[in-house]
Write a protein that binds this ligand. Structure first.
Ligand SMILES: [Zn+2]
Ligand SMILES: [Zn+2]
Length: 136
C-alpha cells in the first residue's frame, strides 16, 4: 500500500519518491517476477474532486528469453497515469493498489537473453547457445 493523505495533495501538487519491496504493494512471486524493489516516483495534483497522479516506476523484471527460455532480467521503466475520484469524507487513497494492477497487466515485450541468441533446436531441444547439436 502506498497510502496518500488526500489532505496533503493540493492544487500545487506533491511529489513522492520511494523505493518499496513488491510485498509492500501486495505483489506475489506468482503474479510477477521482480528481481529488485520497485522505485516509485509520482507527482500528484488535486483538480476539483479528483487526484491526478503521474507515476513512474522502475524495477528489474525477470523474464524467460523468447528464444531459448533462458533466465534474463532487465531494468524496465513504466509510466502510468491515474485519476482518483475523491468522494467526500475520503481521507486516503492507495496509489500502491493501482500500481499493482498495472504491473500485473504489463505484458513484457519479446525479450531475448542476448541480441544473437541462437535459441533452442526445434528437433532435439538442445540450447544452441551452449551446445551444437547433430540435427540438420
Ligand atoms: Zn536466449
Ligand atoms: Zn538438435
Amino acid at each position: 500500500m502506498i497510502k496518500i493523505s488526500v489532505r496533503d495533495v493540493t492544487s500545487q501538487g506533491m511529489d513522492i519518491d520511494q523505493t518499496i519491496p513488491k510485498e509492500g504493494i501486495g505483489l506475489s512471486d506468482e503474479e510477477i517476477d521482480l528481481r529488485s524493489p520497485i522505485h516509485v516516483k509520482a507527482h500528484l495534483e488535486r483538480v476539483d474532486n479528483c487526484i491526478i497522479a503521474d507515476t513512474k516506476i522502475e524495477a528489474d523484471f525477470g523474464f524467460a528469453c523468447a528464444r531459448c527460455l533462458g533466465d534474463v532480467f532487465l531494468g524496465q521503466e513504466f509510466e502510468y497515469h491515474f485519476d482518483f475520484e475523491v468522494a467526500a469524507g475520503v481521507e486516503y487513497i492507495d496509489l500502491g493498489e493501482e500500481i499493482r494492477q498495472e504491473m500485473i497487466l504489463a505484458n513484457p515485450a519479446r525479450i531475448l537473453c542476448k541480441e544473437d541468441c541462437k535459441g533452442i533446436c526445434p528437433k532435439c531441444g538442445a540450447n544452441l547457445n551452449i551446445e551444437q547439436c547433430k540435427c540438420t
